[in-house]
Structure formats: C-alpha cells, structure tokens
Ligand binder design. Structure first.
Ligand SMILES: [Zn+2]
Ligand SMILES: [Zn+2]
Length: 135
C-alpha cells in the first residue's frame, strides 16, 4: 500500500485522498448493504477522519434511518451517484473500497453480519467473523 491512497467516483467529479494507513478493512453482509450495493456484500476501509480529505468535488449525503434508530448517511457523488463513504463517526470514516484507484493491496480481515451472508460466499481463513455488528 502506498500513501496517500487516492480514489474517486465513477464520473471523475469527486476525488479524495487518504494520508494514513487504514485502521481495518472489512466486509459487511447486512441486508441493507446488499440492497444498496445490489450485490452480496459491501467492503470498506475504516480511516481516521483527519486522514481523509476531498481533493475535488463535494459529496452529497443520502440519509436513512438505521435499524438502531440512528440516522446513517451515505456520501455519494452528486453527478454519478457513486457511493464514496459514510458520514464521519467518532471512530473514523468508512470509505468504500471499490472507489480506490488501487485495490491490489486490499484484504478484508473482519466480516460483519455474516448471519445474513449469502450461502455461497466463502469467507477467507483467519478473519474475525461477527454474526452481527459489535457495538
Ligand atoms: Zn461522479
Ligand atoms: Zn452493512
């Protein structure tokens, strides 16, 4: 992995950089991630908020009420709708792995919500597996 990490949306309007190594790389198999990605699971890196900055464009929040009752924001490109990250939280910002320019180094080590994982998904060995999401 080479710092800063760079990435952006599909249309090129929004670009970001990350100046510190991610805290963790994870997959999420919850049904909300399945429906919003149209896929089997989502993948993200957790980075310190101060290590993340936009270098071009501005992300638009799309909010939804999470199961816990708290409002969850997805930040998307206003032009092409690419989901770039979640809104900042006290423990950092979750950036969508697929929006990185270079994903060759990515290897998820934590897997959330495996209770709703699609049965054909085989998790890599040695990871930390959670049936739901620990608080
Ligand atoms: Zn875009
Ligand atoms: Zn999820």
């Amino acid at each position: 992995m080479k710092l800063p990490l760079t990435g952006g949306c599909q249309c090129g309007t929004c670009r970001y950089e990350i100046t510190a190594a991610p805290i963790v790389t994870y997959t999420c198999h919850c049904t909300a991630c399945q429906s919003v990605t149209g896929s089997a699971f989502s993948m993200a890196i957790l980075v310190e908020e101060q290590a993340f900055r936009m270098t071009q464009g501005e992300l638009k929040p799309v909010e939804r009420q999470g199961d816990s009752g708290r409002t969850v924001a997805r930040l998307v490109c206003p032009d092409c709708g690419s989901w770039i990250s979640n809104g900042p939280r006290p423990d950092g910002r979750r950036v969508r792995v697929g929006t990185l320019d270079d994903t060759s180094w990515v290897k998820p080590t934590v897997h959330f919500w495996t209770r709703s994982k699609q049965p054909w998904v085989v998790l890599p060995e040695g990871g930390q597996i959670f049936e739901t999401q620990p608080s």
